[in-house]
Ligand binder design. Structure first.
Ligand code: FES
Length: 129
């Protein structure tokens, strides 16, 4: 007999201060458990809004920033992987060019009272120390 699944109770966790993220500037890194594994993630601000993704290129699952926390290309409009140049939309994580095999894995965020938060999901959990 089928039993209804427990509803997922998400958490909203503080990530950084709003002022730590400037438009098209350096990212703030954070750790998550994705699919049971500890993974790096990052948050950026683009055109005033904060977005967060796993720091994992869709071409080869490796970190994208050659210089720590630098993901934007020279135009400030695209997130670029330093290894082979895959480019992603900062708004959606969708592939914009280069050798992408899909898009980036998005992490929901929100901003309130000068603090940026990230939202857990069934496959995205906080790292517990
Ligand atoms: S690993 Fe990112 S473009 Fe190849």
């Amino acid at each position: 007999m089928l039993t209804p699944k427990e509803p997922f109770e998400g958490q909203i966790l503080p990530l950084c201060n709003s002022r730590d993220l400037q438009d098209s500037a350096e990212a703030v890194p954070f750790d998550v458990i994705y699919g049971g594994q500890t993974c790096l993630a990052f948050a950026v601000r683009y055109a005033g809004t904060v977005y967060a993704y796993l720091n994992r290129c869709s071409h080869v699952p490796m970190e994208m920033d050659y210089q720590p926390n630098r993901f934007f290309d020279i135009t400030g409009h695209w997130l670029i992987c330093s290894t082979h140049g895959a480019m992603y939309s900062p708004r959606t994580g969708a592939c914009h060019g280069g050798p992408c095999r899909g898009g980036l894995i998005r992490i929901a965020t929100s901003e309130r009272d000068g603090v940026v938060h990230w939202h857990t999901a069934p496959n995205l959990q906080p790292v517990n120390f």
